[in-house]
Design a protein around this ligand. Structure first.
Ligand SMILES: Cc1cc2nc3c(=O)[nH]c(=O)nc-3n(C[C@H](O)[C@H](O)[C@H](O)COP(=O)(O)O)c2cc1C
Length: 360
């Protein structure tokens, strides 16, 4: 199976190590960063969601209308809209992009962050709602006849959309979370299941949980697995480790007050960092510890060759999609695309050729 690479679609140049130089939505930077991904071998970029950020669907529309090949992963929280509306936004974006949209459905890992936009459900209730929401969206994407819906969270009558996706039967559904409720909902509904980077053994355990949840939901196929890292690369190991220590120093200097995370995924990252700094070939946890396990935060440190070999270890474990983002978003997207992606693709092609030969 070919490997895919997901980068980040930021709307400004800020990161954990440096404040942004302008406003929150800088269309020119958004396009420059997306182009850097498109020109350097990446497959897709993520437009993330948070309660105060620029609307990611607007950023996605900008990319869709100005770039030709790069695919879009659009993060979307069910609490912010009704699924009949959201399904049409997604179908319209899939039309605008010529079939390049995948939707990442976010349940929300923090009560406080959810309540900022009026969502008062508990996390487990939110997962139940996400599950119903995804089912409704899938049905709207594919149903040419009006239908009624009677669910726990949504009730409507006689609905049919007039805009359908380019991708048939529908765009991909991506999903993340590391709690039992997450595995159950995503295992049942997701085409792509997203994990944050953990050591190989823990990643294998999570993949197994997703596979079991998919089987329990009666699915024959399993979701493709995506794992996310923060690569820190340099021409020599020594320079890479110097850069890693500088990076974590900058994160610590820039970080504001933090709350203890409520989501299992972040709690796992913090617990891991307490167990140790280095795991396997190149995984390094101080970047996660310094951000309080905030999302994709574990680093892979080393030369491009070392980081590529570390990624291949994950590929061999059953990971299909590598998500990566540096701390200098633009420069690191170019460096990773130039120096790491070609090695991983070449090695994956060799593995695939060997498998094909063995099957003859
Ligand atoms: C790859 C990935 C990307 C995510 N992107 C976002 C995002 O943009 N915004 C957000 O609020 N949550 C995001 N999340 C968080 C999850 O959707 C989910 O709300 C959270 O992980 C649930 O916590 P749990 O681990 O306790 O199940 C992301 C998770 C993953 C794995």
């Amino acid at each position: 199976m070919p490997v895919e690479f997901l980068g980040i679609a930021a709307t400004n140049d800020g990161s954990e190590t440096s404040p942004r130089s302008g406003g929150a939505f800088d269309p020119e930077y958004t396009l420059r960063l997306a182009r850097a991904h498109e020109d350097h071998g990446w497959d897709r970029v993520l437009f993330a969601y948070s309660s105060g950020s620029p609307d990611p669907a607007t950023g996605a529309a900008l990319l869709a209308s100005r770039l030709d090949r790069l695919q879009i992963l659009l993060a979307h929280r069910p609490n912010i809209s009704y699924p009949t509306y959201a399904a049409r936004v997604f179908a319209s974006l899939d039309q605008l992009s010529g079939g390049r949209l995948t939707v990442h459905f976010i349940t929300g890992g923090s009560d406080h962050e959810q309540q900022r936009e009026g969502d008062t459900l508990t996390k487990d209730e939110r997962y139940a709602r996400t599950r119903e929401y995804i089912r409704v969206v899938k049905k709207i994407w594919t149903s040419r006849e009006p239908f009624d819906h009677e669910g726990d969270f949504y009730r409507f009558r006689d609905y049919v959309s007039d805009v359908f996706p380019v991708q048939q039967p529908r765009p991909g559904v991506s999903f993340g979370g590391s709690s039992p409720a997450a595995y159950a909902a995503g295992g049942a509904e997701a085409d792509i299941y997203c994990l944050w980077g953990e050591p190989l053994a823990e990643t294998a355990e999570q993949i197994e949980s997703v596979r079991q949840a998919a089987a329990a939901a009666g699915r024959k196929e399993v979701p493709r697995i995506q794992v996310a890292f923060r690569p820190i690369i340099a021409p020599t190991e020594e320079l890479a480790w110097e850069k890693a220590h500088r990076t974590v120093g900058a994160i610590r200097a820039a970080r504001g007050p933090q709350r203890d995370p409520e989501n299992t995924g972040s709690q796992r990252l913090i617990a891991l960092a307490e167990r140790g700094e280095r795991f396997d070939r190149a995984l390094w946890t101080p970047t996660a510890a310094a951000t309080g396990g905030a999302g994709n935060s574990n680093a892979l440190v080393g030369t491009p060759e070392t980081v590529a070999q570390a990624l291949l270890d994950y590929y061999d474990l059953g990971v299909d999609i590598i998500s990566a983002r540096g701390y200098d978003l633009l420069g690191d997207a170019i460096d990773f695309g130039r120096h790491v992606i070609p090695i991983v693709r070449e090695e994956v092609a060799k593995r695939d050729a060997q498998l094909a030969e063995a099957a003859l």
